[in-house]
Design a protein around this ligand. Structure first.
Ligand SMILES: Nc1nc2c(ncn2[C@@H]2O[C@H](COP(=O)(O)OP(=O)(O)OP(=O)(O)O)[C@@H](O)[C@H]2O)c(=O)[nH]1
Ligand SMILES: [Mg+2]
Length: 328
């Protein structure tokens, strides 16, 4: 009677407990069946899934747990982003393609890297040996041996469970029982040590955020320095060009020949004035122009044309005289 009451109290206590937020990271080589597995758990058809580029985040409710699963792309070039999700994860789901015997070594190395990471070591790990419905799939024991699973989990102090399964057998309530079993094993083990894992998650996440913030600042500082350097160079270049332009302009204005030329022409003017006994050089020069024109016309034209040209020239000379108000 007493134990029945104690059980009831425990059940009531658990029932009144708030939902626990758990974050899981789902990793494994590309084509292993991660997205198909998540889809099945979510209640969506796991057939015809496309390779994941980057990651996809899935939120679901599993009993008393509010679970967030980060389904990360497994392509070789995407694997670099996995570590960004380690700090906030309470546990790991590692999906293995049991038929991919050729890449079993790569799977082993990848798994070792994940479990050895300081932000993963010590956290519970569920290994799903997927694609058991396919012919030639490795059995559980073979996978444990090929992955050196025992050694790996012992070295990194990770609680581990392996479940042979098939992600495409069914979905929702009909999802493969092994997947369900594996997921509840993982959540229960996280729940057992929930406070400690959550504290670690909090600490690691804060550290990672601080590190990211620091990296961001350093990046911004680097960019600022590069921009300043470039602006300084551009300014110097502009100043140099401006100076050269200024020099060229001043060279033009103080060009000695021009200066001498103008000096010579004024000198010539003075000389002419002297020669003409103070007569206007302008009159003299006009006379010269007319003379010159007349001579040129005489030379170049026939008698008739000459006469015509002379008439034109005379008219031009008289018009010029009138305009200038002078007489030659
Ligand atoms: N026969 C069989 N096929 C499966 C199983 N699980 C997944 N597949 C198929 O395997 C292929 C790859 O599945 P995904 O879920 O996209 O694999 P993934 O691990 O998410 O791959 P990435 O997103 O590239 O990392 C798909 O064509 C699935 O239909 C399974 O249990 N059995
Ligand atoms: Mg995927």
């Amino acid at each position: 009677m007493f134990s029945l009451m104690a059980n009831c109290c425990n059940w009531l206590k658990r029932w009144r407990e708030p939902a626990r937020k758990v974050t899981l990271v789902m990793v494994g080589l590309d084509n292993a069946g991660k997205t198909a597995t998540v889809r099945g758990i979510q209640g969506e058809n796991p057939q015809d899934v496309a390779p994941t580029v980057g990651f996809s985040k899935v939120d679901l409710k599993q009993g008393k747990f509010e679970v967030t699963i980060f389904d990360l792309g497994g392509g070789k070039r995407i694997r670099g982003i996995w570590k960004n999700y380690y700090s906030e994860s309470h546990g790991v789901v590692f999906v293995v393609d049991s038929t991919d015997v050729q890449r079993i070594q790569e799977t082993r190395e990848t798994m070792a890297e994940v479990l050895q990471h300081p932000r993963i070591a010590g956290k519970p790990v569920l290994v799903l040996a997927n694609k058991q419905d396919k012919e030639g799939a490795l059995a559980e024991a073979d996978i444990i041996e090929n992955l050196s699973l025992e050694k790996l989990v012992n070295e990194n102090k990770c609680l581990c469970q392996i479940e042979p399964c098939s992600a495409v057998l069914g979905y929702g309530k009909k999802v493969d029982k092994s997947i369900k079993k594996g997921l509840s094993w993982l959540l229960n083990n996280i729940a057992k040590d929930y406070e400690a894992i959550t504290e670690r998650v909090q600490k690691d996440t804060d550290e990672q955020r601080a590190q990211e913030e620091q990296d961001k600042k350093e990046r911004a500082e680097r960019v600022r320095r590069i921009r300043e350097e470039r602006e300084r160079e551009e300014r110097e270049e502009a100043e140099r060009e401006g100076r050269q332009l200024q020099e060229r302009i001043s060279m033009k204005t103080t060009y000695p020949i021009r200066f001498n030329q103008s000096a010579t022409s004024s000198q010539r003017m003075m000389k002419r004035k002297k020669r003409d006994n103070g007569k206007s050089s302008y009159k003299r020069s006009l006379k010269t122009v007319v003379k010159r024109k007349r001579r040129r016309t005489m030379k170049n034209h026939t008698t008739q044309g000459k006469a015509l040209k002379m008439a034109v020239l005379r008219r031009w000379a008289s018009r010029t005289r009138r305009r200038r108000g002078s007489c030659i």
